[in-house]
Design a protein around this ligand. Structure first.
Ligand SMILES: Nc1ncnc2c1ncn2[C@@H]1O[C@H](COP(=O)(O)OP(=O)(O)O)[C@@H](O)[C@H]1O
Ligand SMILES: N[C@@H](CCOP(=O)(O)O)C(=O)O
Length: 319
């Protein structure tokens, strides 16, 4: 990523940040997968704050009040003791908001990137990443949004450590999106304060296998490695698609179907839900949306089909 912040502080700035599917089943607050659905922003200094937005949830993205991108931008600069230059933002959004696809992570990261550029903070990438992770409260979405692929992250008091793999995998990412959104904060409040040793050990084993599956491109491991016992069971009620679609991972009739080729590799709640992520062997299997709708019993259910993304792009533009 080009960081021309200190040299060209006033220049227009371009950002492209991917959606992310966190957890991937067992990797709660630790794993995230970048998806090729983007929040794209062209920003320049202006006389007043103004946002033009196109794409998904355009009205919400264009709102100036309590806008997560702008509040993050202004707050990061306020903490740094810098008066925030007013900005004109041209936004094109492909990331569903409040659906478990990491929209808040991309908005937070965008706000920090914009503060770094227009406030001449001169932060390195790691500092931008850490600031956005701290603001989000869990690193999985933000780290994957920035670094792409399947990113594992560990945030402690003093540091953020990340490792990425699987950027080049050609697996298909199919998202079943219900019509009602679910705020991540609400979905986190559903989780218990403690877990049994059996549940924790099962999740450690699945997560370890899952990371190896992405690192080695072992799609046949996902069916088992995406099983979770620490967040999905508690979010079922708030995410009614999940119990309906989880069996797709091991329904032999569908898995071995000649009609559905490429195969379903694994199924998990996307982030905190309510969307469900279905990973397939190849990208965009044409027959899958109809099967998902049939299994969900909802002929109008939205199904997005995409692929793994390489992560964030950003830099100053001439002009
Ligand atoms: N592009 C955006 N512009 C402004 N606010 C955004 C944007 N993307 C996300 N947000 C804010 O983040 C909220 C969704 O965050 P959250 O509940 O964590 O769900 P998720 O991150 O899964 O989409 C939105 O309701 C909105 O307040
Ligand atoms: N690990 C978090 C992930 C939240 O992702 P989002 O896309 O729903 O914001 C959690 O499960 O709460």
């Amino acid at each position: 990523m080009s960081q021309s912040t200190a040299k060209d502080p006033g220049k227009p700035y371009h950002l492209r940040l991917p959606a992310t599917s966190a957890n991937l089943g067992p990797g709660f607050d630790a794993l995230g997968l970048a998806m090729a659905l983007y929040l794209t922003i062209d920003a320049r200094v202006a006389d007043a704050f103004y946002i033009e937005a196109t794409g998904r949830d355009a009205d919400q993205c264009a709102r100036l009040e309590d806008n997560l991108i702008l509040t993050t931008y202004v707050d990061v600069l306020a903490v740094a003791g810098v008066l925030a230059p007013r900005l004109h933002l041209q936004i094109h959004n492909e990331i569903p908001l409040g659906m478990g696809c990491g929209s808040s992570a991309s908005a937070l990261l965008a706000g920090v990137f914009l503060a770094n550029h227009f406030g001449k903070l001169g932060w390195a990438g790691q500092q931008i990443l850490e600031e956005a992770c701290l603001r989000e409260g869990h690193p999985d979405n933000v780290a994957a949004c920035y670094l792409g692929g399947m990113t594992a992250s560990l945030m402690s008091k003093n540091s953020l450590l990340t490792a990425t793999c699987g950027e080049k995998l050609a697996w298909g990412l199919n998202l079943a999106l219900p019509s009602a959104s679910l705020a991540t904060e609400k979905a986190r409040a559903l989780l218990p304060p403690a877990y049994s040793r059996e549940d924790v050990v099962a999740n450690i084993q699945s997560t370890a296998l899952l990371v190896a599956a992405f690192a080695q491109g072992r799609g046949e491991l996902l069916r088992t490695a995406m099983q979770d016992r620490i967040h999905q069971p508690y979010r079922m009620k708030a995410c009614p698609l999940l119990p309906l679609l989880l069996p797709l991972a091991d329904d032999p009739a569908i898995v071995s179907s000649k009609i559905l080729s490429p195969k379903i590799l694994g199924v998990a709640l996307s982030g905190a839900g309510p969307s469900v992520l279905i990973i397939t062997e190849d990208a965009r299997p044409a027959a899958l949306p109809a099967i998902i709708r049939q299994v969900a019993g909802d002929p109008s259910l939205e199904v997005l089909q995409t692929t793994i993304s390489g992560g964030a792009l950003g830099g100053a533009l001439e002009g």
